[in-house]
Design a protein around this ligand. Structure first.
Ligand code: KG4
Ligand code: ZN
Length: 321
C-alpha cells in the first residue's frame, strides 16, 4: 500500500493506493474558499492552512481505506514544483511518518504526479503516449515513452493555460478559481461572437499572454454595462481560443511523434469543451484532474525510494527542474 501526500498549492490531500494502482481512498481538502476574497492563492495563508489540515487529512485517508500505517510499504510526497512553504508542510509530515515508522519515502515531482493520474485503475492508460499537461502553473507537451520516463516536447513561454483561464475570469468579474467558472458560463454563450487570437509560436510551444491582453482590451472597450450583457459570449469565445490552441498543438505533437495515443491531465483537463474537442484522447477522470494525492501515490509506484539517511537531505523546490 502506498500513502500519497500532496500540498503543493491550495489543496491538502492524502490518498492510499495499492501497488497495482487501485485507489482505496483519496481525500482532498480544498482551500479555494479561503482564497476567494483575495482573487488568488495567498502563499502564507495556504501554508498555515496546510499545517492545520495535513494530519487530519492523512488520518482520514488511512481511516477511509481501512489501511493502517503498518501496512503502508511506501510514502510518496510532492517535493515540487509549487509554493515552497506549502510544499514543506506535506514534506515534513511525510518525513516524520517515514522516519518514525521506518517506511521508505519516495520524493515525487508534482508534474510527474499529474501524468501518473493516468496510471490508476479501473482503466489505466499505458505508455507510450503524447500528453498535454495543463494546470494553473504549467502547460507542457510531453512524450511519455514508459512509466516514469517523460520528454518535454514543448511548453508555454509565458502564462499557463489554467492561469489564462483564471486571469480571464478575473477580467470578466468571475470569482477565483476561474477555470470552472468560465467553463460553466461559456455553455450559455456564443463561441464565435468574438475573435481572440492566440499567438502561434514556433515549434511545439504555447503562448497565452496575448489572448489575455486581447480579452482585456475587449472588456475595456465594451464598458461595464455591455460587459454584463456579453459576459457569456466573451467566456465562450475566450475558452474557444484557449481550447483551440491546446488541441492543435497536442495533435501536432502526436503527429510529429507518430503517437497512437494522446492524453490530457491537469486541472484544465476538467474543461468540458476541451474534453469534447478531443474524443480520441485518454482523459484523466474528473476527480483526478485537479490536484490530489492519489496521482502522487501513483507516481511513487514508478520511482525509487530514498535510503533512510537520505531523508534528512530531502528538500522542497519551487520551480520545475
Ligand atoms: O492541476 P491544478 O488543480 O493545480 C495546479 O497544479 O496548478 O490546476 C488548477 C487550474 C486552475 O487554473 C483552474 O482554473 C483550472 O485548473 N481549471 C479549469 C477547470 N477546472 C479547473 N480550467 C478550465 N476549465 C475547467 N473546468
Ligand atoms: Zn497540479
Amino acid at each position: 500500500m502506498i500513502l500519497g501526500i500532496e500540498t503543493s498549492c491550495d489543496e491538502t490531500a492524502a490518498a492510499v493506493v495499492s501497488e497495482d494502482g487501485h485507489i482505496l481512498s483519496s481525500i482532498v481538502a480544498s482551500q479555494a474558499q479561503l482564497h476567494v476574497r483575495y482573487g488568488g492563492v495567498v502563499p502564507e495563508i495556504a501554508s498555515r492552512r496546510h499545517l492545520e489540515l495535513v494530519s487530519p487529512v492523512i488520518r482520514e485517508a488511512l481511516g477511509e481505506s481501512g489501511v493502517g500505517l503498518d501496512s503502508v510499504s511506501r510514502i510518496g510526497v510532492t517535493c515540487g514544483p509549487g509554493l515552497i512553504g506549502a510544499l514543506l508542510v506535506g514534506l515534513s509530515a511525510a518525513k516524520a511518518i517515514a522516519w518514525s515508522r521506518g517506511i521508505p519515502l519516495v520524493p515525487v515531482d508534482h508534474l510527474r504526479g499529474h501524468v501518473a493520474s493516468l496510471y490508476l485503475g479501473p482503466e489505466p492508460v499505458e505508455p507510450p503516449f503524447v500528453c498535454l499537461l495543463a494546470s494553473g502553473g504549467h502547460t507542457l507537451l510531453l512524450a511519455v515513452r514508459a512509466h516514469g520516463s517523460l520528454e518535454r516536447l514543448g511548453a508555454t513561454l509565458d502564462d499557463a493555460a489554467g492561469e489564462a483561464f483564471d486571469k480571464g475570469a478575473r477580467l470578466l468579474g468571475l470569482p477565483y478559481p476561474g477555470g470552472a467558472e468560465i467553463d460553466a458560463l461559456a455553455r450559455r454563450g456564443d463561441p464565435e461572437a468574438f475573435r481572440f487570437p492566440v499567438a502561434r509560436v514556433p515549434g511545439l510551444d504555447f503562448s497565452f499572454s496575448g489572448v489575455k491582453t486581447s480579452l482585456l482590451y475587449t472588456v475595456r472597450d465594451l464598458g461595464p454595462a455591455r460587459l454584463a450583457e456579453r459576459r457569456a459570449d466573451l467566456a465562450a469565445s475566450y475558452q474557444r481560443a484557449i481550447v483551440r490552441a491546446l488541441t492543435e498543438r497536442l495533435r501536432q505533437a502526436a503527429e510529429q511523434e507518430g503517437a497512437d495515443t494522446i492524453a490530457v491531465v491537469g486541472g484544465v483537463a476538467a474543461n468540458s469543451e476541451l474534453r469534447a474537442a478531443l474524443p480520441e484522447a485518454a482523459l484523466a477522470p474528473l476527480s483526478l484532474c485537479s490536484d490530489n494525492a492519489a496521482m502522487i501515490a501513483s507516481a511513487a509506484r514508478f520511482a525509487s525510494p530514498l535510503a533512510l539517511f537520505e531523508l534528512f537531505h530531502l528538500d522542497a523546490y519551487a520551480s520545475a527542474a
